[in-house]
Design a protein around this ligand. Structure first.
Ligand code: FEO
Ligand code: CA
Ligand code: CA
Length: 637
C-alpha cells in the first residue's frame, strides 16, 4: 500500500527536535554521491567484510542475468520476460476449500469470502512438502491479504455508507491464505483445494493469542477479553516471512486505518495513538462493530501492529501475536540464523521518518526439532538502527530500564516498551528513514538489503548520509554488511546500493550502474527476494509516478555489474507487485499482483483494467501468478 497521505509523521521531525543525525556533520557521504556507482563498487571492494570475502562462489554466481528485458510501459495487462511463462494461480474469490461458494462479486457475503481467496495479495511464502520419490512436487503457499480497496471490491458503494455485511466482507478479505499446491510434469502449479492444510485467516473470525512480554498487559485488555491475551483477527498483513522451523510470519502494517471514533478526553493512550495515527478512519467497520470504534473499545488498537506467527502444518492451531518483535507498522519479518544459532528477524516500520529494526532470539534454533523452536520468538532482544555517517550501523536495544526506557518516561515494564515501540525508538534517537519496507538478509553473504520506498516530505535540512535526498520521490536501497556474517551483531556497516530514479535526468540523483538500460530503472522499491543463486530481485509500489508500471527487476550486487538493474515483469495498470518468492530450485517464481485497476477515481463499475479476466462485468481481481520456463531451467537465466 502506498497511500501515505493524512498520516501523521514522527514528532521528532514535525517538532524540529534535533536528532543525532542532525548533530553530526552533514557533509555528503562518500557513498552514493561522489562518483556514483563505480566509486561505490571500489569502496565496497576495498572495505569488504570477511563475510563478503567468505563466499567467492556466490559472488561469482550473482550478477549473471541472461534474460531478455521487457520494455518500460503501462497498459491493461501484465508482461513477463521472453522465454518465461506467467500462469494465474489464485485470484481473489477463488475457492480455498471444496465447499467454497462460486465467486459472485455482485452478491458477496462474509461467509463466502471466509472460504475464498482474500483480497490484495501481498507477502508470499513457500514451504516445500516432503513427497515420495518420483511423486509430483508439493508445497504450501502462504499469502497475506493486506487490505481491501472498498470502492473496487464492492459494487455501488461510492455514495453511500457500507452495510454491516459489507464491512464483514472486508474483514473476511483481510488476513492470509494457506493452500497446498502441486506441480505437474510440465512445471505448471495448481491449487489442491482438498488439502488438509488449506486455511483462511481473517480479521473477522480467526482467534489469535497475544504472547511474549506485553501479553496480559492491562493496556491489551478489552470488554470481550479481560485477559489481554486473546484477540480476534489480524489486520493489514503486508509483507512477512517464513521461519527456519517452517512457520509463517504475517506482519501487521497500517492497522491504524481500521479504527475510527474519538478516544475519551485525557485518555492515557492518547499520546501512544497519536504516534501511530490511530484512529485513521479509513474504514467504516466501527459503525457496525464496536471494537473498531476507539470511543467504545479504547484498548483494541493496542492489540494490532504486531507480527503474527502461524503453524502452517496444523490448521487448527492458534496463531500467536509475538509481542517481543515490537508494535509498529510492520512491513516484513524475514529471518536468518546467526552463526551462534540464534534467529534474527529484520523488520521495517513503513512510514515516512520511521525506523529499521531487528529482533535477536534469546535461545538458539534447534535444528530438526520443530517443537523446541515453536516459542523462540517470545524471548529475545529488539534493536532499532542508527545509521551513522561513518558507515556503521549501531543496533540499539529496546530494553526496559536501560537508557531512557524507564518509568520516568512512562515505561513501567517491557510490555510498555513494546506497545509503544516507536516512542521508545524515538528516545533512543534511531535514524528516521525514507519509509522502510522489506528488509531481506542473505545468509550466504552476511549482507542485508533494506528497501526504502520514498519520502517526499524530507526537506534539504533533514537529509543525512543514509537518507541523502530531499523530496525523495523514487527511494533507495541500503546494503547492511553484518561483520563476519554475524547477523546478531550490534554493530554493522552500511552502504547505499543504489539511489533509484531516472538516470537520464541529471536532477534525479539516481546512481544506477551505467549498464542499466532505459527499461532497467525504477522508483519506489518495496518488496524483494534473493534467489537460490544469491541474486537480488526488487518489486515496486509507486513506479507509476515515473510514468511506467510497477513490476519486478533483477539487480546485480557484486563486481563490475554492481548496481545494474534489469526489467523482468510488469503489472497491469493500477497494480503494485508483491511477493516475490522463489522455490528452492530457482525454477519457479511466485508473484502477487496487488490492487490491479486501482488508479485515481477507479471504482468497481469503472476500473482502470479488468485484469485478469477481462470479462465485461467482472471487476479486476488481485491475483498470484506463477512464473516458470518451458524447459524448467532457472528463472532469469
Ligand atoms: Fe503495505 Fe509498506 O506496503
Ligand atoms: Ca508499499
Ligand atoms: Ca509493501
Amino acid at each position: 500500500m502506498d497511500d501515505q497521505e493524512n498520516i501523521p509523521v514522527n514528532p521528532r521531525i514535525t517538532t524540529g527536535v534535533q536528532t543525532i543525525n542532525d548533530l553530526i556533520d552533514k557533509r555528503l557521504s562518500r557513498r552514493g554521491f561522489i562518483g556514483g556507482i563505480s566509486a561505490m563498487a571500489v569502496v565496497s571492494a576495498a572495505g569488504c567484510s570477511p563475510a563478503q570475502e567468505a563466499s567467492p562462489e556466490v559472488a561469482e554466481e550473482a550478477g549473471v542475468f541472461s534474460f531478455q528485458e521487457i520494455t518500460r510501459g503501462l497498459d491493461e495487462n501484465h508482461h513477463v520476460s521472453d522465454e518465461h511463462i506467467a500462469d494465474l494461480l489464485l485470484r481473489w474469490g477463488d475457492p480455498v476449500f471444496p465447499d467454497a461458494p462460486a465467486f459472485d462479486p455482485y452478491a458477496q457475503t462474509a461467509a463466502a469470502q471466509e472460504r475464498q481467496f482474500g483480497y490484495n495479495n501481498d507477502f508470499i511464502g513457500f514451504h516445500p512438502l516432503t513427497v515420495a520419490a518420483g511423486a509430483p512436487a508439493r508445497g504450501l503457499l502462504c499469502i497475506n491479504h493486506e487490505y481491501t480497496s472498498t470502492r473496487l471490491m464492492l459494487p455501488g458503494v461510492t455514495d453511500r455508507p457500507l452495510t454491516r455485511e459489507e464491512c464483514a466482507v472486508e474483514m473476511a478479505g483481510h488476513g492470509g491464505t494457506i493452500v497446498e499446491i502441486v506441480q505437474a510434469t510440465d512445471g505448471a502449479w495448481s491449487v489442491d483445494i482438498l488439502s488438509k492444510y488449506n486455511r483462511r485467516l481473517t480479521a473477522g473470525s480467526t482467534q489469535m493469542a497475544l504472547t511474549g512480554p506485553a501479553a496480559g498487559s492491562d493496556r491489551l485488555k478489552t470488554s470481550t477479553d479481560p485477559s489481554g491475551r486473546l484477540v480476534t483477527g489480524t489486520l493489514n498483513n503486508c509483507a512477512g516471512g517464513m521461519t527456519p522451523w517452517g512457520t509463517y510470519l504475517m506482519a501487521e502494517e497500517n492497522f491504524n486505518g481500521n479504527f475510527m471514533g474519538r478516544l475519551p478526553a485525557d485518555h492515557p493512550e492518547t499520546e501512544n495513538y497519536d504516534r501511530y495515527g490511530v484512529p485513521g478512519g479509513w474504514y467504516q467497520w466501527g459503525q457496525h462493530f464496536d471494537r473498531f470504534d476507539v470511543a467504545k473499545e479504547p484498548n483494541e488498537p493496542n492489540r494490532f501492529g504486531w507480527v503474527v506467527e502461524v503453524d502452517i502444518l496444523d490448521p487448527a492451531s492458534t496463531p500467536k501475536k509475538r509481542t517481543a518483535l515490537g508494535r509498529f507498522k510492520h512491513e516484513g519479518a524475514e529471518s536468518v540464523v546467526a552463526p551462534d544459532g540464534r534467529v534474527v528477524i529484520y523488520m521495517g516500520d513503513d512510514q515516512r521518518f520511521d525506523y529499521v529494526y531487528k529482533f535477536v532470539s534469546a535461545q538458539a534454533v534447534k535444528e530438526g526439532d520443530r517443537a523446541a523452536n515453536m516459542n523462540l520468538l517470545d524471548e529475545g532482544t529488539l534493536y532499532v538502527a542508527r545509521f551513522v555517517e561513518d558507515g556503521t550501523v549501531e543496533w540499539m536495544p529496546l530494553v526496559h530500564g536501560t537508557g531512557p526506557l524507564t518509568e520516568e518516561n512512562g515505561f513501567r515494564s517491557q510490555g510498555d516498551v513494546l506497545i509503544e515501540t516507536r516512542r521508545a525508538a524515538d528516545l533512543l534517537e534511531a535514524t528516521p528513514m525514507d519509509r522502510p519496507e522489506d528488509v531481506e538478509p542473505d545468509p550466504a553473504t552476511g549482507r542485508v538489503y533494506v528497501m526504502l520506498t520514498n519520502n517526499t516530505r524530507r526537506t534539504t535540512d533533514q537529509i543525512d548520509a543514509a537518507n541523502p535526498r530531499a523530496n525523495n520521490s523514487t527511494g533507495h536501497i541500503i546494503e547492511i554488511i553484518e561483520p563476519g556474517g554475524d547477523f546478531a551483531s550490534t554493530r554493522s556497516s552500511w552502504e547505499i546500493l543504489v539511489q533509484c530514479g531516472d538516470p537520464a535526468d541529471p536532477e534525479s540523483g539516481a546512481t544506477w550502474n551505467s549498464e542499466t538500460s532505459e527499461n532497467g530503472w525504477y522508483g519506489s522499491p518495496d518488496n524483494c527476494a534473493i534467489d537460490p543463486s544469491g541474486r537480488l530481485w526488487v518489486s515496486t509500489d509507486g513506479n507509476e509516478r515515473t510514468g511506467a508500471a510497477d513490476g519486478l527487476w533483477a539487480m546485480e550486487t557484486d563486481g563490475e555489474g554492481r548496481g545494474t538493474s534489469r526489467a523482468f515483469f510488469r503489472c497491469p495498470v493500477g497494480a503494485e507487485l508483491c511477493g516475490p518468492r522463489f522455490t528452492p530450485d530457482g525454477q519457479t517464481l511466485f508473484v502477487a499482483v496487488q490492487h490491479p485497476g486501482d488508479s485515481d477515481g477507479a471504482t468497481f463499475e469503472n476500473p482502470a483494467t479488468r485484469w485478469p479476466d477481462f470479462a465485461k462485468d467482472m471487476p479486476p481481481r488481485p491475483s498470484v501468478m506463477v512464473i516458470r520456463k518451458a524447459d524448467r531451467s532457472v528463472i532469469g537465466g
